[in-house]
Design a protein. Sequence first.
Length: 188
Amino acid sequence: MLNIVLFGPPGSGKGTQSEKIIDRYGLVHLSTGDLLRAEIAGKTDLGLQAQSIMQKGELVPDEIVIGMIENRIDGSEDPKGFIFDGFPRTVEQAEALDELLEKRGLSIGFMISLDVKRQELIDRLLKRGQEQGREDDNLEVIENRIKVYEDQTFPVMDYYKGTGKYRGVDGMGSIDDIFDRITRVIDS
Ligand code: B4P
């Protein structure tokens, strides 16, 4: 099984590239951002809890996202592998992911980390805010999301570097060029 963590700051192209990776490799897409937005749209208790946190650009509590991921792994029938998009976002989530995979005889193959300049992140997210009206894509919240990434999520990179699973990819340029770089990493 091919299990990949797709990592990067907000706006680095995780969701965008995940779609292309699942098309090519037939993996199951597990995006905690999408799962949380579905809970909000469904007005569930979990969604109501998550909504105010996401509107501020803060992280939803670890136990909530870990539980969601665990349910989805167990609900997938005969998967070829998983792509974890936007998860793990804290070292605690990374440790929990390793633990829950190990219990099922699975492991992460590698983590692909998309490297994108700060101004480009802001420009992409502001553009999406204008086009799609996502509540957290406005300048004040984007800046907080980047700060939260630097403070709480960036250390996850060291966690994977420590296990030899980190693979850095230049996330600047066209979507197709970036996808080519990613496929070279996966195919090697
Ligand atoms: P996410 O949904 O994961 O959102 P994101 O980090 O902003 O990135 P996303 O994947 O959507 O965007 P992409 O870079 O593809 O998280 C949202 C919130 O949910 C978090 O702030 C947090 O509150 C909560 N959350 C999620 N997971 C959590 C967890 N594990 N723990 C706790 N809380 C969690 O693309 C952005 C834009 O750039 C798009 O419009 C795209 O079209 C464009 N784009 C992509 N690649 C491009 C390129 N090469 N050139 C030009 N534009 C490009």
